[in-house]
Design a protein around this ligand. Structure first.
Ligand code: TYD
Ligand code: MG
Length: 461
């Protein structure tokens, strides 16, 4: 007789162990293991089921563009790649309180207003609470169908009865439980089982299902992490608590791009779309201060200008501090090393802080040049020209390398009133902006010399 072996599953990372232990060996977290009903093992004495035959199809054949349903919120559609795909499942992750429920009730209401059946199932809030929020958002009259339910079988039975909804929001997947799995609600096994049932329902019915997932402090989608590979798309909703900006980013997308971002602003009456984010991110600039440089970036297909701020100050510690918000710390280390090795900029006795304004996170190497400009400007106490933008990748040899989409970056800079751009050498060929003065730098040390000369001139004046 095969016996069900007990299984202890880490609630943080989903690793399974045969006995309990205080620390999860896979992720290093303490007290995260809890017992869950294991799967019945296949073993001697269990006959394998006889397989059913199915037809194989050739790869060539008619391909259909995935049928999409635009949400009516263009910033959201930009990230999903043009709308929700029929029969697909999307996971929306984010910190608690970031605005996931707000975004989705707004999307559901927009769809309902367009005449589609939209259902919002809340496992966290009572119907009255959801209704109250919708009223506050001015959506009280939208024909969204609400329920406060957590039993997946009941939800699927209810949804299967009558006309199939076009959009179903499950808020959140951590609160759902299915009778198919024995463990307690909220455990990884339950989250996985519930997600599986909902995914099966989506594929069968053709409805678009959105699962909400809360994220832990270190940025991982706890519990739902195990759901990430099961769903068609994973979106993450980000933002600094103290800023009103919210960035929606695709982490995975089977039907669209993963490099587009959607920008929103949290206001007293819900999330407002920001269709020109550059204006927003540059709205609170400290003009004429040393240590700030405007980076002309690209997010997906959209140019985005942001301010990079640096503070370089003599250290009082044995090991100087390097702190960075909104950019990759290893790229900062690299830029600092190149400045030391090739440009004669000595930073070993200085603390270095780098911040991307507005709570944005930049992933592009093209920001190297702007970061270097901000750092040198702070160290030399020499403000950079307020009407200049910077972009370019810095290589370990100190060369400034060309980056993609230079023309789009320059166009955006002109649109926002910038008159100069400090760019890699190849950018001139792409530039078509007669009113923009281009300063081409092929080596990082020429940028350093340029800033130092400006600093001396402004001090002499
Ligand atoms: P919510 O959508 O409940 O977050 P989540 O579902 O991700 O946990 O948003 C909660 C926060 O948003 C809350 O702190 C208040 C703020 N908020 C506004 O500022 N304006 C609004 O119109 C709404 C509905 C919420
Ligand atoms: Mg919520």
């Amino acid at each position: 007789m095969s016996k069900r072996s007990p299984s202890f599953v880490c609630q943080n990372c989903g690793a399974a162990f045969s006995r309990w232990q205080g620390k999860c060996e896979a992720c290093g977290e303490w007290n995260t293991l809890s017992e869950e009903g294991g799967e019945t093992p296949a073993g001697p004495g269990r006959k394998p089921a006889k397989g059913r035959l199915f037809a194989l199809e050739p790869l060539t054949g008619e391909a259909h563009e995935a049928p999409r349903l635009p949400s009516g919120i263009p910033e959201l559609d930009r990230v999903t790649g043009g709308g929700f795909v029929r029969g697909s499942v999307l996971l929306l992750g984010g910190d608690p309180g970031i605005g996931k429920s707000t975004l989705l009730i707004q999307a559901a209401a927009a769809l309902a207003r367009a005449g589609h059946r939209a259902v919002y199932i809340s496992g966290e809030e009572a119907v009255a609470q959801v209704r109250l929020r919708a009223e506050r958002l001015g959506l009280g009259n939208a024909a969204v169908e609400l329920a406060a339910e957590t039993a997946v079988e009941d939800i699927i039975a209810t949804l299967s009865d009558g006309k199939t909804p076009r959009l179903i929001v499950i808020d959140s997947i951590q609160t759902m439980w299915t009778a198919m799995v024995e463990s307690a609600p909220g455990t990884v096994t339950q989250v996985r089982g519930s997600a599986q049932a909902l995914i099966r329902y989506a594929k069968r019915s053709g409805a678009a299902v959105i699962l909400v997932g809360h994220v832990t402090k270190d940025g991982q989608i706890a519990g739902p992490r195990v759901v990430e590979h099961m769903v068609d798309a994973v979106l993450s909703f980000e933002g600094e608590g103290s800023h009103q900006f919210r960035i929606l980013r695709a982490v995975k997308n089977r039907f669209g791009p993963t490099d587009e971002i959607g920008v929103f602003e949290m206001t007293g009456s819900g999330l407002r779309e920001v269709s020109n984010p550059s204006e927003l991110f540059l709205s609170e600039r400290d003009l004429g201060q040393p240590g700030t440089a405007v980076f002309a970036g690209i997010e997906g297909t959209r140019p985005l200008l942001v301010e990079m701020q640096a503070l370089v100050a003599p250290t009082s510690l044995g090991t100087p501090r390097r702190a960075v918000v909104g950019w990759d710390p290893s790229r900062l280390s690299m830029v600092l090393a190149v400045l030391e090795a090739h440009c004669g900029v000595k930073l070993g006795g200085h603390d270095v802080y780098l911040n991307v304004a507005g709570g944005l996170r930049i992933n592009e190497p093209a920001a190297d040049l702007a970061a270097a400009a901000a750092l040198v400007s702070s160290l030399a106490n020499a403000p950079l020209p307020a009407d200049a933008v910077y972009f370019g990748e810095v290589s370990l040899s100190g060369a400034v390398r060309p980056v993609a989409q230079a023309a789009a970056r320059l166009k955006e800079a002109v649109k926002l009133g910038f008159a100069r751009a400090v760019v890699p050498e190849a950018a001139r060929a792409e530039a078509s902006e007669p009113n923009l003065k281009l300063a081409e730098v092929s080596k990082l040390d020429s940028l350093v010399a340029m800033i130092a000369a400006n600093g001396r001139r402004s001090k002499a004046a």
